[in-house]
Each structure stands twice: as structure tokens, then as C-alpha cells.
Write a protein that binds this ligand. Sequence first.
Ligand code: PEP
Length: 249
Amino acid sequence: MGRKFFVGGNWKCNGTIEEVKKIVETLNAGQVPSPDVVEVVVSPPFVFLPIVKSLLRPEFHVAAQNCWVKKGGAFTGEVSAEMLVNLDIPWVILGHSERRALLGESNEFVGDKVAYALSKGLKVIACIGETLEQREAGSTMDVVATQTKAIAERISDWSNVVLAYEPVWPIGTGKVATPAQAQEVHVELRKWLHANVSPEVAASIRIIYGGSVSGANCNELAANPDVDGFLVGGASLKVMMSTIPLGVW
Ligand code: PEP
């Protein structure tokens, strides 16, 4: 069976209630292929999750941008997987490079989070990707394989995982990986999964690309057979100011 195209919008730490409502209004009015063809998931900051969920058209879904690594309790400032499940939030983004770099989330910690979130019934957008220095040193594949391995060592069922290849150097910079660069890493990741997880997972998992995706470059990127969608940061917020980059859909 083919892999359903996946488009995620990561709003990061942005927005006011008015702006968020405006984005949702624009999204709801957008012309999007049927949910049988494209899965659309938007990820507002935690505080806006309930309102966004309540206002979005029903075929669009929401994702949290993070959750705690284990059962909630005395962890000030954290939000648990159980809470997300309780609010019927189906998805969570884990391992985003901003959290890895700025908050020191290690591969193992991200792997533990992925395993815990899945065990609670959440679906996970698991982010991996190399820095510019790592790419220039020729270690891109080692880096993403090590990040993926930390997840693979902790989970056995990949059916609720979308793997987001998000090289760090194009995130928020306007530099986009070329379609060939994205395709190359996606293919290598599939080979890694084939050899280290299973041929079934390698064939069925959606590997999406993130890093300065916009209406202007998405069609070219999406034309690659191993690019199964996008995680869009900055451009997913542009609707605040103008219109949805329709090409993304
Ligand atoms: C992201 O942060 O997930 C992302 C891809 O950001 P941008 O599209 O702004 O590069």
C-alpha cells in the first residue's frame, strides 16, 4: 500500500489567540486533497491546542510539540503524554533539533520519549537531522542513523511513527536542502531501516522532510519518491499575514 502524504505545520513558540484563530480560519477555508490522500496535522503551542483542535475542520489533526519522558508528576513545567491523551490530542512532535540543541535532549532521551509516548497511544513525529558541520564532515548518515537507532532500540511497533528528516542547517534559514539531498538521505534511511528494523517498516514508514519548505519549493521536493511529506515551520505561520502556501498541500 502506498504511503499517505503527510503535511505537518510546526508553529513553534509563536502566536496570540487572535493570530492562531486566523491561521485556523485560513486553513479551514483551504483547498486540500481528501484525507485519504493527504494527512494534515498542525502543531500549535500547548496552550492553544484545545482551541485549535475545537476550531479545525475535522479531517485536520493537531500535534503537541513535546511531551514528558514518563508519567507526569513532580516535573514543573512539563506536559505528560497522559494529559495529551486525556485531551484527545493524537500526535506529538519529539526530538526537534531546537530541543536537542537548546535544551540538551540527547538521542537516548528522545528515544525514551518516543517509546513512552507510543506506549500511551500517541502518534509520534520523530525528528532527526545533522548540523552543517556534521554534513560538511561527511557524517550525515552516521548522525541520522545514530538518532534513529536510539529510537529503534526502544520501540518495536513503528506503525504510529512518522520520521521527520530535518537537517539543522536549513531550519528557519531559508536555505533548503536540494530535492536530491533530501531524497538521498531518505533513501539511506530506508536502507538503514531495512537492515536494522525490518523490510516492512522500511517500506511503509513515512519519511518527511523539514527545513525551509514553502509553497515555492514544495512541489519539487515532493516529486521525490522517498519524500512522503513535510514538516513546515515558518511557512506554516505565514497564513497569519497572507495566504496559505497552497503548493504545500
Ligand atoms: C521546523 O522547525 O520544523 C522547520 C522545518 O522550520 P522551517 O520550515 O522554518 O525551516
